[in-house]
Design a protein around this ligand. Sequence first.
Ligand code: PLP
Length: 227
Amino acid sequence: MPNSQNPSGTTWSAERRREVADALEGTGTLLVEDDAYGELRFDGPPLTPLCALAPERTLMTGSFSKVLAPGLRLGWCVAPPEVMHHLVTAKQASDLHSNTFAQQVAARYLDAAPIDEHVARITGMYRRHRDLMLALAADLFPGEVSWTRPDGGMFVWLTLPPGCSSMALFEAALKRNVAILPGLLFYTDGGGDRTVRLNFSNADEPMLEEGMHRLARVLAGQLRAAS
Ligand SMILES: Cc1ncc(COP(=O)(O)O)c(C=O)c1O
């Protein structure tokens, strides 16, 4: 996930993309570039996708879930022709075809409305949410907590100080009707219990503000208990 990775919200630099593309060259490796959040970029110029830097060695997937509606269950794929041939065969064997009604809905939408304007509108809204979340984190969170500054996507990734547990934070926050995702759910080795994924796309600004205030109080309580 070179763009606005889920869960960390981080984006690969142009240099890193070039390095990975160079490393792929001459190998038999196919890299899967999951670009679900690529359209939701807030800052800086667009970055070249891996599928453009190493087209023979990359399979890129995109989704309508983040820019139109997750309920459509539609996405797309860019792949070398011989890989695409196998993908089409495998997909036909597994589900015959994607829901044609949903495809028609998406196609009509794309025909009728300029998608770039829609993406610019939601990107502007998510950028405001991101800015609000980061400003509130700086104002309210204890100094020992650190976080990423995502340049796109939907998530901020917190790192808690030693002694804190994201699972305990999750349970305490939920009691106050604040939903966070404990970072350990993203780890396969049992690590990550001092990390937390926060989402800024879902709640509106007043709710985001209230949620951050409640979370800050819970965090401060955990830190007091840990010290
Ligand atoms: C990393 C990543 N890839 C892809 C998707 C989109 O999946 P889908 O198109 O099945 O909704 C998501 C959505 O949560 C995601 O986080």
